[in-house]
Design a protein around this ligand. Structure first.
Ligand SMILES: Nc1ncnc2c1ncn2[C@@H]1O[C@H](COP(=O)(O)OP(=O)(O)OP(=O)(O)O)[C@@H](O)[C@H]1O
Ligand SMILES: [Mg+2]
Length: 596
C-alpha cells in the first residue's frame, strides 16, 4: 500500500541546515559587535591619548585593537565559509530530487513552472556570495543606531531618518521595475526556447533557406526583450544615483551636526569622527541590500519556487516490496482523456478498455492513425496515468510496484525514440550501473543490433544523442532503442511501431527477439500499422477512436475482420495469418484479410 506522507523535501533540507544558519547568525552578531572596535578606538585616541600624550596608553589600546580585529577577521571568514557549506549541502541534498522531479514534470499535464535546478543553482550562488552575509548584518543595524543614540539623540535620529529614506527609495525602485522585470524574464525564456528549437531544426531551416526570416523574427523578439530590460533599469538608475548622493550628503550632515554639538559642548571632538564611522556602519548593510535588491529578489523567488515545486510533488510513497512479477497483465476499464485543460470537454483518447494477457502472450494492437495505439502503450507502461481504471501487473496496479522492480520488469520502445547523451552502451544499459557489459551485449544480440554496433568506429563506446547529434540512421536508432527495451528480458515489453524504420533483416531480428522473449515467459505488446510487426503475436486487438472493437486470437481476428484499411497496404513485407511472408505482389493484395 502506498503511504503518502505529506512532506516537503525542500523545507526538510532547509530545516537540516538550521544549526548552520544559527551559527552564521551568532557569528554575525560577534562580527557586528567587533565592528565597533574602530569607533571606540578612535574615541579613545582622540579623547584620552591626544589629551594625555601617553604613548603607553596608545600602545596598549593598539594591542587590544589588533587582537579584536584578528577575531573580527576570523569570525567573518567563518560565517562566509559556513554559508558556502550550507549552499553546497542544500545543492547536494536537493540536486537529484530536483532533477528527477523536473524530468517527471515533463509528463502531461505540463505546468509552466520554472526549472528547479536553475533555481537551486541561483540559491546556491546567492548563499555563497557577499549579499547573503550582508542580510545577516541587517538585524544588527540597531546596535549601531543605539550607539549613535548614546552619543547624541540628534545623530541617532538623523541616521535613522537616512535609513528610512534609503529603504523607501529601494521599495519604490522595486515597485516601479517589478512589472518590467517579470516581463523581461518571460521574454528572455521565450527567446532562449526559440533559439534552442531553431538550432535543433537546423537541417530543415537550412534546406528551406529559412535562416534570414528566422533571423528577423529573432531580432524582433530580441528588441522587445532589450526594451523591457531598459524599462526595468530606467528607474533603478535614477534611484541608485539618488541613494549614492543622499548617502554622501548624510555623512557631511552628520559631521556638521556633530560640529554644532561640539561647539555647544554637548559631545567631545572625538565623538564626531566616531559617530561618522558608526553611521556608515549602520547604513552599510542597508546600502548593500539596496544595491543587491535584484539578487535578493531572485533568491527570494527561487526559494518560493522551490518550496512550491516540492510541495506539489510531496515525498516518494513508501511501497511494499513485491516479488518479481511473472508478466500477467490485466487491464481494467481503462480510460484516458485529453490532458488539455480548458472550457471544452476533454476528449476521450481511450475508452473503457479491458483485457487480460498471460505470461508469454503476444498482443498486436492495430488501428488507424490517431486510433490511440501510442496512448495505450504509454498508459500500459505507466508513462501516463489512466484517468479511469488501472493496469495491473500480477494482480497489483502498476502504481503499487516499486520503481526498482518495475524498471527491470518493463521494456518500452516509444514511437519516437530519443537516445540520451552518452555512449550506445550506456543507452542500452539505461544508465544502470548494475547492468554489466554482458547484459548490454545480450540485449544488443537479442535486438539483432550487436554486429551493427560493432561495425561503428567506436563500437559500443560511440557517443550518441549529444549536441553533435547522433551518428546513426533511423533504423539503427530504432534497433538500439529495441535493445534498450529488451535489457534484462523484461516481463512486460511494449513496442510502439517497432519496425517503422526497419528493413527486412530488421523485421526478422525483431520477430526473433519477440519470439525468444515470449518463449521465456515475457508478455509482449506491439502497436502496429504494418502487418509485418504482428507476425510474432498470438492475439490481436483492433482499436478505433480509442475504443477496443475487437480482442481475440490472431486466427480469429484475421479470419473475419476487415483490418486491411487500418494497415498500410504498401508496406514492404505484408504477412499471412500464419506469419509467412507472401510474394511481393500477391494477386489479392488490396482489401479484405488477404493483406494480413
Ligand atoms: N500529448 C498529447 N496530448 C493530447 N492528445 C494527444 C497527445 N498525444 C496524442 N494525442 C491524441 O491522442 C489520440 C491518439 O493518438 P495516438 O498517438 O495514440 O495515435 P496512434 O494510434 O498511435 O496513431 P499513429 O498510428 O499515427 O501513431 C489522437 O487524437 C491524438 O491527437
Ligand atoms: Mg502511434
Amino acid at each position: 500500500m502506498a503511504d503518502h506522507v505529506l512532506s516537503n523535501t525542500y523545507l526538510d533540507a532547509l530545516k537540516d541546515q538550521r544549526t548552520g544558519f544559527a551559527m552564521v547568525f551568532i557569528l554575525s552578531g560577534l562580527v557586528n559587535v567587533l565592528m565597533l572596535t574602530g569607533s571606540v578606538y578612535m574615541l579613545q585616541v582622540y579623547d584620552r591619548v591626544l589629551s594625555s600624550g601617553s604613548m603607553v596608553t596608545l600602545a596598549g589600546l593598539f594591542t587590544i585593537v589588533v587582537i579584536l580585529y584578528l577575531f573580527l577577521g576570523l569570525f567573518d571568514f567563518l560565517r562566509q565559509r559556513l554559508l558556502s557549506r550550507i549552499a553546497i549541502r542544500l545543492d547536494v541534498a536537493l540536486g537529484k530530487p530536483s532533477y528527477k522531479s523536473w524530468v517527471q514534470s515533463g509528463l502531461p499535464p505540463q505546468s509552466a513552472s520554472p526549472e528547479p535546478l536553475r533555481q537551486l543553482s541561483m540559491l546556491r550562488q546567492f548563499l555563497s556570495g557577499p549579499t547573503a552575509v550582508s542580510l545577516f548584518d541587517l538585524p544588527f543595524v540597531p546596535i549601531f543606531l543605539a550607539a549613535l543614540f548614546l552619543v547624541h539623540p540628534w545623530l541617532g535620529m538623523m541616521v535613522l531618518a537616512g535609513a528610512c529614506v534609503a529603504g523607501i527609495a529601494a521599495i519604490l525602485g522595486r515597485v516601479l521595475t517589478r512589472k518590467w522585470q517579470e516581463q523581461a524574464a518571460i521574454q528572455n525564456n521565450t527567446l532562449q526556447e526559440f533559439s534552442r528549437h531553431s538550432r535543433q531544426s537546423a537541417e530543415v531551416l537550412t534546406a528551406m533557406h529559412m535562416h534570414d526570416n528566422l533571423g528577423n523574427h529573432w531580432k524582433t523578439m530580441h528588441e522587445t526583450r532589450l526594451a523591457l530590460h531598459q524599462n526595468a533599469s530606467n528607474p533603478s538608475e535614477v534611484i541608485s544615483a539618488f541613494s549614492k548622493t543622499f548617502r554622501l550628503l548624510l555623512q557631511s550632515a552628520i559631521l556638521s551636526v556633530g560640529a554644532v554639538l561640539v561647539m555647544q559642548n554637548q559631545i567631545s571632538a572625538g565623538m564626531i569622527i566616531a559617530s561618522s564611522v558608526l553611521s556608515s556602519r549602520a547604513l552599510a548593510p542597508i546600502d548593500q541590500v539596496i544595491g543587491q535588491w535584484r539578487a535578493i529578489g531572485t533568491a527570494v523567488a527561487a526559494n518560493r519556487i522551490l518550496r512550491d515545486f516540492f510541495a506539489q510533488i510531496g515525498a516518494d510513497p513508501q511501497l511494499v516490496e513485491f516479488p518479481e512479477p511473472t508478466g500477467r497483465i490485466a487491464v481494467k476499464s481503462l480510460s484516458k482523456f485529453s490532458p488539455q485543460r480548458g472550457t471544452q470537454m476533454r476528449k476521450a483518447l481511450l475508452q473503457s478498455i479491458s483485457f487480460d494477457l498471460a505470461p508469454g502472450d503476444g498482443l498486436g494492437v492495430i488501428g488507424k492513425s490517431a486510433a490511440g495505439k501510442s496512448m495505450l502503450a504509454r498508459v500500459l507502461v505507466g508513462a501516463w496515468q489512466p484517468d479511469q481504471g488501472e493496469v495491473q501487473l500480477d494482480g497489483a496496479s502498476l502504481t503499487k510496484w516499486q520503481d526498482g522492480i518495475l524498471g527491470r520488469a518493463i521494456g518500452y520502445l516509444p514511437q519516437r525514440i530519443d537516445l540520451l547523451p552518452g555512449s550506445i552502451s550506456q543507452n542500452i544499459a539505461r544508465f544502470d550501473p548494475a547492468a554489466s557489459d554482458a547484459d548490454v551485449i545480450a540485449a544488443a544480440q537479442l535486438a539483432g543490433v550487436h554486429d551493427l554496433i560493432n561495425a561503428l568506429p567506436d563500437g559500443y563506446a560511440s557517443q550518441v544523442g549529444g549536441a553533435s547529434g547522433t551518428p546513426l540512421s533511423g533504423g539503427q536508432v530504432q534497433r538500439i532503442g529495441l535493445a534498450r527495451a529488451v535489457l534484462f528480458c523484461p516481463k512486460l515489453l511494449v513496442l510502439d511501431e517497432p519496425n517503422a524504420h526497419l528493413d527486412g533483416d530488421g523485421d526478422d531480428a525483431l520477430d526473433a527477439a519477440i519470439m525468444k522473449l515470449r518463449t521465456a515467459g515475457s508478455t509482449v505488446i506491439v502497436m502496429a500499422h504494418r502487418p509485418s510487426a504482428i507476425s510474432a503475436m498470438n492475439k490481436i486487438m483492433i482499436l478505433e477512436n480509442g475504443r477496443m472493437v475487437r480482442f481475440d486470437t490472431k486466427e480469429a481476428v484475421l479470419g473475419g475482420a476487415n483490418v486491411a484499411p487500418m494497415v498500410r497496404t504498401t508496406g514492404p513485407t505484408p504477412i499471412k495469418p500464419n506469419g509467412a511472408r507472401p510474394p511481393l505482389h500477391p494477386p489479392h493484395a488490396r482489401g479484405g484479410v488477404g493483406t494480413l
